[in-house]
Design a protein around this ligand. Structure first.
Ligand code: UDP
Length: 356
């Protein structure tokens, strides 16, 4: 089986790293399976892309199409590659423009698509991610779901065929790439922070990152946390900040918010593990907060990862300063979540594909 895996954005490199290793394991066991990576170019800064390939040992992409965000030609360019290669299967991940463009290009050429992280829903139709994931699910042959809720969402939409509950490949990745204790201490030392004495914040969703008012609400809350806040700033958000003097000023004058460049995955896992609190609008970071057993405040009105909220690890607080501060104040009563599997979601996915 020849697979072309389509990636383009940071979280996809991480998910693909886990699945690529499962492909290599299957090959070593004698399976006739191979994989080539196609990078759409959606994320292109070194610390949003190249760093992940080197740090996670992901095979270099066979193609890099150089398409930027939502390039209208992305589907066409992917199709040209697929037409030449004619793989047996295309794998896409998550909910970005690259996900949907990859799925559409493959389906247009009658190449079956496997969607990893299928069935997630925010039920917020204003989010481009919601559109991308729904459309991708509709046209994919194999829907690999990370949680029971995702399976349930698909069932409610009338889809049962080709749906598999696999666990979460991001949990696989977390187990695979969390550095040992010595390296954790080294990373904390390099960043000049002490375990348990800082909060970690990330903001990148278009809905927030492009809205100075929402960013203002969040930054005000961060500045009133009374503890150091590490903020690895996504380039998308950085663009809005640098074009709004009051936001630049708020961050500079806060005295407790430390803005840093986006960090590598291993550094991020260490920050998540040692923070006393995480505040984020990222889907991946919400889950990783749980994987590292750090309480999380989600800076949105809804989440696709509802089990994190039900289990008490995650609170939805939106972008209003007082709501965020109130959410941080109450103690977290938590319980374990069984949904995400045991760290072998990628192997389960590859076994399903081999035996399909
Ligand atoms: N991440 C990272 N460095 C950073 C910020 C995030 O490695 O500076 C990782 C994070 O650990 C998670 C993934 O990027 O695995 C989440 O990506 P993102 O927040 O961009 O997207 P989402 O998960 O919301 O789709």
């Amino acid at each position: 089986m020849n697979i072309v895996t389509i990636v383009g954005a940071r979280p996809q490199f991480i998910k693909a790293a886990a699945v690529s290793r499962a492909v290599q394991r299957a090959r070593l066991q004698g399976c006739d399976i191979s994989e080539q990576l196609l990078h759409t170019g959606q994320h292109y800064d070194y610390n949003m892309s190249g760093l992940f390939f080197s740090q996670l040992g992901i095979p270099a992409p066979a193609w890099n199409l150089g398409c930027r965000n939502n390039d209208t030609q992305m589907t066409q360019k992917i199709a040209s590659v697929l037409q030449e290669v004619r793989p047996d299967l295309v794998i896409v991940y998550g909910d970005t423009f690259s996900t949907l463009a990859g799925a559409r290009a493959a389906v247009g050429l009658d190449i079956p698509v496997a969607h990893v992280e299928a069935g997630l829903r925010s039920f917020n139709d204003a989010m481009p991610e919601e559109y991308n994931r729904i459309q991708t699910d509709r046209i994919s042959r194999y829907l690999f779901c990370p949680t029971h809720t995702a399976v349930e969402n698909l069932r409610n939409e009338g889809r049962e065929e080709g749906v598999y509950l696999t666990g979460d490949v991001m949990y696989d990745a977390t187990l695979m790439f969390t550095p040992d204790v010595e390296r954790q201490q080294q990373i904390l030392h390099e960043l000049g922070i002490c375990s348990g004495h800082f909060a970690l914040a990330t903001i990148h969703r278009a809905d927030t990152a492009e809205d100075p008012e929402k960013l203002h609400g969040i930054f005000m809350a961060l500045s009133q946390l009374g503890r150091e806040v590490i903020l690895p700033l996504h380039p998308h958000t950085a663009r809005t900040v640098s074009s709004h003097a009051e936001l630049t000023g708020l961050l500079a004058d806060s005295g407790n918010i430390r803005v840093i460049e986006p960090v590598g995955y291993q550094e991020m896992l260490v920050l998540e593990k040692h923070a006393f609190l995480i505040l984020t609008d990222s889907g991946g970071v919400q889950k990783e907060a749980y994987f590292q057993r750090t309480p999380c405040i989600t800076l949105r009105e809804e989440t696709e990862w509802t089990e994190t909220v039900t289990a008490g690890w995650n609170r939805l607080a939106g972008t209003d300063t007082q709501r965020i501060l109130a959410a941080t104040a109450a103690p977290f009563h938590t319980k374990d979540i069984s949904d995400y599997g045991t760290g072998s979601a990628a192997d389960i996915i590859i076994q399903h594909l081999i035996s399909a």
